[in-house]
Design a protein around this ligand. Sequence first.
Ligand SMILES: NC(=O)c1ccc[n+]([C@@H]2O[C@H](COP(=O)([O-])OP(=O)(O)OC[C@H]3O[C@@H](n4cnc5c(N)ncnc54)[C@H](OP(=O)(O)O)[C@@H]3O)[C@@H](O)[C@H]2O)c1
Length: 328
Amino acid sequence: MMAPKRYPPRNPSWSMRREHLMCFLGLSLLLSSRGCLALAAASSKPRVALVSGSNKGIGREIVRLLANDEQDWVIFLGSRDESRGNQAVQDLMKDLDEKNQKTSIVCCPLDLTDPTSIARAKEMVEQQQGRLDVLINNAAICFNDPTLYGKVPHTPFEQQADISIRTNFFGTLQVTQTMLPLLQQSDYPPRIINIASAAGRLAILKNNQDLVEAFTSPKLQLTELESLLQQFVQDVEAGVHASKGWPNTCYGMSKLGIIAMTKLMARDYVDSIMINSVDPGFCATDQNNNQGVLPAERGAVTPYLLATITRDKFVTGKHFFQEQEIEW
Ligand SMILES: NC(=O)c1ccc[n+]([C@@H]2O[C@H](COP(=O)([O-])OP(=O)(O)OC[C@H]3O[C@@H](n4cnc5c(N)ncnc54)[C@H](OP(=O)(O)O)[C@@H]3O)[C@@H](O)[C@H]2O)c1
């Protein structure tokens, strides 16, 4: 691992932030021959991206970076609440550099827990663009978020499992599977970037080596992965998860599932779709009551780089943190 690099300062004006970022990206470009990520050259055709949960936080910063990229983009800003999504679109469009006038940001209503909303989001992208070049699965819930489900001051652990796994793991999986036909229409080559977390590191399964082997098996099938996560929920709800060696973190298990899903799908779509996961680092957002030590825009840099790297740097099935591949 290399020493942590510079990132844009907390609240500077956009032009200053961009300057810092370009400096930072310059460093990444310079290092590309040593295994870091490198940027793609601009194409005349706008690229098409969908970023789930991008009305705020890290997702919103990913949209901001894409929108201010050299390349023109059509960005579907996923938001489960349409008015919050539209507000974010308005704010981000105001910040667009003059040279990015051909880039557009469109609010795309998308709720991970609602299959109808997922199907409608696909229809919207299909009708407007006919393909998807980049899917960034960013949306997630975490029970550290004081705004989550409003007034409930503390949700018992047994009640956190179903909604956490259903939203973060199964919702993300369903969005991905629904968007696959559109991704397969892309010649970019298409990419899926799954936002994971250090909370989903394999070490959380340290009390059960069989689980480690099951989640990391090179032969793991999607139905088996789904069953493992359903088993976790059942065991938490039955109050037996700890005795079976599961960890005390529903969020962590949902993110571990995302990393396993990334590796499994990368294996199944090898050579055709770039599928990677990213730990964005501990960023100050609503998810942690703004206690994170990094600005949200820092967490957006690696997803942005993965969305824009050149085809000759095709990379898949990897897990990244701050522009470097890391062990799960
Ligand atoms: N912040 C960190 O330190 C950190 C660390 C590691 C990983 N991450 C990951 O980074 C990603 C972004 O998190 P963040 O920190 O930016 O959190 P955030 O500010 O709370 O943003 C989360 C986004 O997900 C959306 N969302 C929640 N439930 C959803 C659902 N059912 N359907 C669709 N969208 C939904 C939220 O929408 P609403 O506005 O409607 O709630 C919001 O747009 C997440 O995957 C998170 O787990 C964050």
